[in-house]
Design a protein around this ligand. Structure first.
Ligand code: GDP
Ligand code: ZN
Length: 354
């Protein structure tokens, strides 16, 4: 990620814009505070952030006469950052707006690095990450492991969903079953579905329905596996685009669209955004990669050398585990490959001059 040097004039302009923004935010804050002081606001009540647009948030009222209604809210500065999925305390103001005065504690937080590598919160209170794979595009175990590593780092449980089950045939069956068995052996639940109408859509699939019922889910995975199609079956009334919602560019992802929370007819919620769908596809450190492999995590610190790179050094605990089958050959290959790819990516990143 190359940083362009700004000339004096550009720098001056940026500083001016930032100063104006700060002033505007301060004015807004004063006006919210004035309203609070003048007691123009209604009583405190529970709400749920369902979308987030800069300073403003859409909050769904969770109780009282407004329950279910969505209000445009501002947050007091002392509330801290807020994201879609946050449970909040808010007070009604004039014209169907509101002021968020507190944030409830989060059960989980999905974060991703911004373009400068700083972790930024994206969505809160997600119960599980549903990693979608399909017979086509053919699943790459390295990529699956990359998503799983990211899920492990985030500490949100991951589930593997095999979509397009109608495309399983005698040519791909064995390979798919072997792959799924490997993850089940690692205690990753596996669920099967087909999002294409007439092929056992999710609404007639009790196992899939049970997966999303009464929980907050996100769907992640490679483009083309059927995430939009699955979401479409869950939210028939939303017009989400099937076939490439991703906004990724060759240089990395620039995702501006906000995460949105949707209620499912079956009960349960879904949070979705292009950024969430690409969850996990960013740079990870070797330490994170070690932590992110469930069967490798307990071995961390057991190599003879503290700076062991697990590449033929004597007394390597990870290689010993691979040799006696505690780590499967596929996962070991994937571990090495992800380490290698990340090192490469970093080396390239450092060399870039714009
Ligand atoms: P996304 O990129 O993961 O959001 O994938 P899409 O939902 O855009 O789907 C990619 C393609 O796969 C589309 O042409 C879908 O119609 C197709 N597709 C999705 N689900 C299924 C399924 O269960 N079976 C079959 N045969 N095709 C599917
Ligand atoms: Zn080692």
């Amino acid at each position: 990620m190359a940083k362009r040097r700004l000339n004096k004039q550009q720098q001056w302009r940026i500083e001016k814009i930032q100063a104006e923004r700060t002033q505007r935010a301060a004015r807004k804050e004063r006006s919210i505070d004035r309203q609070l002081e003048a007691s123009e606001l209604g009583d405190e009540q529970a709400g749920l952030v369902i979308a987030h647009f800069g300073q403003q948030l859409d909050v769904e009222a969770r109780e009282g006469e407004r329950a279910g209604k969505v209000l445009r809210c501002y947050a007091r500065a002392n509330v801290g950052n807020l994201v879609t999925g946050d449970r909040v305390v808010w007070r009604p103001a004039a014209d169907d707006t509101g002021v968020i005065v507190a944030r409830q504690e989060r059960a989980s937080l999905l974060q991703r690095p911004d373009n400068f590598g700083q972790l930024k919160p994206v969505a809160a209170n997600i119960d599980h990450i549903i990693l979608v794979i399909a017979p086509e595009p053919e699943p790459h175990h390295n990529l699956i492991d990359r998503y799983l590593v990211a899920a492990e780092i985030t500490e949100i449980p991951a589930v593997i969903l095999l979509n397009k089950c109608d495309l399983i045939n005698d040519r791909n069956r064995e390979q798919l079953e072997t792959l799924l068995a490997r993850y089940q052996a690692l205690d990753y639940p596996v669920v099967r579905t087909a999002a294409r109408p007439g092929t056992g859509a999710p609404e007639d699939n009790p196992e899939f329905e049970a997966l999303v019922r009464d929980r907050t889910s996100v769907f992640v995975g490679q483009s083309g596996v059927g995430k939009s199609s699955i979401i479409q079956t869950l939210l028939p009334n939303e017009s989400l685009r099937v076939g490439g919602l991703s906004e990724s560019t060759g240089k990395g992802t620039h995702t501006t669209t906000t995460a949105r929370l949707f209620h499912l007819a079956t009960g349960g919620d879904l949070i979705d955004s292009p950024g969430i769908r690409e969850f996990g596809l960013w740079h990870m450190t070797p330490q994170e990669i070690e932590q992110g492999f469930r069967e490798i995590r307990p071995l961390i610190g057991h190599c003879k050398f503290r700076n062991c790179r697990h590449q033929g050094e004597p007394g390597c605990a990870i290689e010993a585990a691979a040799a006696d089958g505690r780590i499967s050959p596929a996962r070991m290959q994937s571990f090495r490959r992800i380490l290698y790819d990340m090192a490469e990516q970093q080396a390239r990143g450092l060399g870039v001059v714009e």
